[in-house]
Design a protein around this ligand. Structure first.
Ligand code: CAA
Length: 295
């Protein structure tokens, strides 16, 4: 029998409207990525202030791009015109794909996935930006585990090229293909990963970042010296403490705890300084101070 449009796989559809849940650093950057690439974006936050902050950030980035001759007023207006902010999740009823970028907490995310499953239209893809939580468990909170997938962006999302596309045993090949094509359409490089804590990049990056904190705790080296050494010798754009501050000490601690819980190696136990900075509210650049101070 020849398949007709009606019985074609419901999940391999064109993506025109994208939903984003969250208004933090990652969520805001992801809203920007999709709007810049021409997608209509519905983004959901907990307050009007948080929604406004996303627009302010995108406006600022566009203004800087205009100053540098990389954008113009019409492009900026078009990008901002594609944004619809909402404080109610119900606004996600007609999006083709949702990217979730909320707190790195399994209970909070699980509750959201149950809700997204109810609210979004059949066939809509539910993508998570989790760095280290089990995506299989998020899928299990829905009646559409085949449409649940990881899209792990890196910070700052508008600049970093990589997206780790994480499939579970349940994710359908159509959803995987659609999401990898979507990444390409927004200028990102998709790398396929399995659902294992830390995926590829964080599984390798965070043991190093934690070791850097332990090295500093040992007391013989200054933070700025360790940062400088890594930048000059290893060729990374940032030293470990600069990077921890960009990622956020809170996000870094959550990732480190997940890696430690999953693999149990003593070296993965979060360094004490990371715990104490988070307890002091020194969450990195976003709060004006972390390992370093920012004006
Ligand atoms: N949003 C949008 N654009 C930004 C930006 C932001 N937050 N930060 C920088 N940019 C843009 C700038 O506008 C500039 O654009 P143009 O080239 O068009 O002018 C470009 O990026 C370069 O920025 P700068 O010249 O200001 O600064 P830089 O050259 O020092 O680059 C950086 C800044 C891109 C952040 C660079 O330092 C870098 O690559 N750092 C490493 C970041 C990294 O490794 N991130 C991954 C962390 S791990 C993670 O995220 C995983 C996880 O799960 C937590």
């Amino acid at each position: 029998e020849t398949p007709t449009a009606d019985d074609a796989p419901a999940l391999r559809h064109e993506i025109t409207r994208v939903g984003v849940v969250g208004t933090g650093t990652m969520a805001g950057g992801i809203v920007e990525v999709f709007a810049k690439a021409g997608y209509d974006v519905v983004y959901v936050g907990r307050s009007q202030d948080k929604l406004d902050a996303v627009v302010t950030q995108i406006t600022r980035n566009q203004d800087r791009a205009i100053e540098k001759g990389r954008s113009d007023a019409a492009t900026k207006d078009a990008i901002l015109g594609r944004l619809t902010g909402a404080t109610e999740r119900e606004a996600l009823g007609d999006v083709d794909l949702v990217v979730e970028a909320i707190a790195e907490d399994l209970d909070v995310k699980t509750e959201l996935y149950r809700d997204l499953d109810r609210i979004t239209k059949p066939g809509a893809i539910l993508a998570t930006t989790t760095s280290s939580l089990p995506i299989t468990q998020l899928g299990a909170a829905t009646k559409r585990p085949e449409a649940v997938i990881g899209m792990h962006f890196f910070n700052p999302a508008p600049v970093m090229k990589l997206v780790e596309v994480v499939t579970t045993d349940q994710t359908s090949p159509e959803v995987d293909e659609t999401v990898r094509a979507l990444c390409a359409s927004v200028g990102k490089v998709a790398v396929s990963c399995g659902d294992r804590s830390g995926f590829i990049v964080n599984a390798l990056l965070f043991p190093y970042l934690n070791d850097a904190v332990l090295l500093a705790e040992a007391g013989e080296h200054q933070l700025v010296e360790i940062d400088a050494a890594i930048k000059a010798q290893v060729g990374l754009p940032m030293g470990p403490f600069e990077l921890l501050d960009v990622v956020g000490t809170d996000v870094s601690l959550a990732i480190q705890k997940e890696l430690h819980a999953e693999f149990g190696e003593p070296g993965l136990k979060p360094a004490a300084t990371l715990e104490s900075l988070v307890a002091q509210g020194r969450l990195g650049r976003k709060t004006g101070a972390g390992f370093h101070e920012y004006a």
